[in-house]
Design a protein around this ligand. Structure first.
Ligand SMILES: NC(=O)c1ccc[n+]([C@@H]2O[C@H](COP(=O)([O-])OP(=O)(O)OC[C@H]3O[C@@H](n4cnc5c(N)ncnc54)[C@H](OP(=O)(O)O)[C@@H]3O)[C@@H](O)[C@H]2O)c1
Length: 208
């Protein structure tokens, strides 16, 4: 294709001055190679620096943040999401189902090939602190509402004003359809509070 709708940079580049990065991205937009530019997981102070640099230099600014956000990982609520809200930046979270950890009961997490490798890798703190209980509450609410766990987890995310479009990972049409149906799932304020209540802060995961 000649033009990419959204060209995203992956993480903070510690070796290149941010002015250089933003000018290069601006060139890509001016040449018509990209319509918009976005960034993915980094510290909020770094993202604020990138936005401020674009404004100061009069070049294209990041329009989106692709960050790590789901019911089992909510550290982004401290700094990044309020920053995106204030700066009018679109939020498109990755791993909205916590890599599948929010799509099935925690006793069955290793039931699939991917589940096995995820749990072996133990790269994310999904089941630490209150994670198991959050997983159980998602299962309980899904049964109550005759929905899939994945739909409850996605509906929670879609109820967050800060979130524009979660990037759901799936290898099946059925799961894709589940995700689309989650758009019309309503959760009450008390259901949202019930899902959130067991969560306790965990180690930052997804960037350094
Ligand atoms: N920027 C970054 O640093 C970063 C990091 C990680 C990921 N990403 C991006 O984010 C995308 C999504 O990440 P992810 O794959 O970790 O996302 P995810 O949506 O959190 O998890 C995907 C897992 O959930 C399962 N699943 C999806 N819908 C389901 C349903 N209705 N019922 C049961 N299981 C369901 C999938 O299984 P099936 O395959 O069987 O459907 C898959 O194992 C990736 O494609 C990647 O491009 C970006």
């Amino acid at each position: 294709m000649d033009t990419v709708d959204l060209y995203q940079t992956h993480r903070w580049d510690y070796d290149t001055p941010i002015e250089t990065t933003m000018r290069a991205l601006d060139d890509a937009v001016r040449r018509g190679n990209a319509r918009h530019v976005g960034a993915s997981s980094m510290w909020a102070h770094q993202f604020a620096d990138a936005l401020h640099t674009s404004d100061r230099e009069g070049v294209e600014r990041y329009a989106t943040m692709q960050n790590h956000y789901n019911l089992l990982y909510r550290e982004e609520e401290r700094e990044m999401l309020p920053l995106c809200d204030r700066e009018n930046v679109g939020v498109i979270p990755w791993s909205p189902l916590a890599r599948g950890f929010l799509a099935r009961p925690h006793e069955e997490l290793e039931a699939t090939t991917r589940g096995q490798s995820e749990s072996d890798a133990a790269r994310h703190p999904y089941l630490e602190n209150g994670g198991r209980e959050v997983n159980e509450r998602v299962e309980e609410l899904a049964a109550e509402k005759d929905l899939k766990m994945a739909q409850i987890a996605l509906a929670w995310l879609l109820h967050k004003d800060a979130v524009d479009a979660p990037i759901v990972g799936t290898t099946s049409v059925e799961h894709l359809e589940d995700a689309v149906e989650a758009l019309s799932v309503s959760l009450t304020a008390s259901e949202i509070e019930y899902l959130e209540e067991p969560y306790r802060p965990v180690e930052v995961s997804g960037h350094q």
